[in-house]
Each structure stands twice: as structure tokens, then as C-alpha cells.
Write a protein that binds this ligand. Structure first.
Ligand code: FES
Length: 109
């Protein structure tokens, strides 16, 4: 697990881009913890951390594809490939991310 942020620095529902072992990762604090998805949209490479979060879903800022934060699954096109997700843990006020994604990213892994 890699220490990437202080929990107190994350506002609920406000995505933040961090580097995890050379990969761009989008962190989102939720009511129940912290989600981590690959920061590169699987449609046309927009930065997901510039997108919008609502009810467990993150929306890409470029063309509006939506992905579930817990699984990376596509909820709304135009994306068709899921976002890789990363396990997270909060320990002593720090956010830790496992650098191994759930699956390879179609563009960058
Ligand atoms: S780049 Fe994300 S929906 Fe097109």
C-alpha cells in the first residue's frame, strides 16, 4: 500500500488526482471511505479527477461517460471499457492505495 494523502485533505465528493507508483489515480472521498479509480477516461483520455461525483458515480468532464466508483463499471456511454479500480485503506488519518489495478487500462497499462 502506498501513502498518497491525508484524509483531512479530501473533501467528500471532490475528486483529486494523485500519482500511485507512476500511474495517475483519481481519489474520491465518499461517505463510507475513499475510492480510487484510474484517472484516465477509457473513452478519450480525459482526466477523471476534473469530473463530477454523484451517488457513487463519477462523470467524465469531456463527453459525460459515467463509471461506478466501487467497480469502475460503465454506467453511461460513450465509454465502453471499465475504469481500473485500486483497493484503498484509511489508517491513522492517512489514505493508502494498493498500486495493483483491478485490470489493465486499455490505453496506458
Ligand atoms: S473522454 Fe471521457 S467520455 Fe470521452
Amino acid at each position: 500500500m502506498i501513502d498518497v494523502a491525508a484524509l483531512d485533505d479530501l473533501a467528500v465528493g471532490a475528486p483529486v488526482r494523485v500519482d500511485v507508483d507512476g500511474r495517475p489515480v483519481c481519489l474520491v472521498r465518499t461517505a463510507g471511505g475513499v475510492a480510487a479509480v484510474h484517472d484516465v477516461c477509457t473513452h478519450a483520455k480525459a482526466s477523471m479527477s476534473e469530473g463530477y461525483v454523484d451517488d457513487g458515480v463519477i462523470e467524465c468532464p469531456r463527453h459525460g461517460a459515467q463509471f461506478r466508483l466501487d467497480t469502475g463499471e460503465v454506467v453511461t456511454p460513450p465509454a465502453s471499457s471499465p475504469l481500473p479500480v485500486f483497493p484503498t485503506e484509511v489508517r491513522d488519518g492517512r489514505v493508502l492505495v494498493d498500486p495493483s489495478p483491478s485490470h489493465p487500462h486499455p490505453f496506458s497499462d
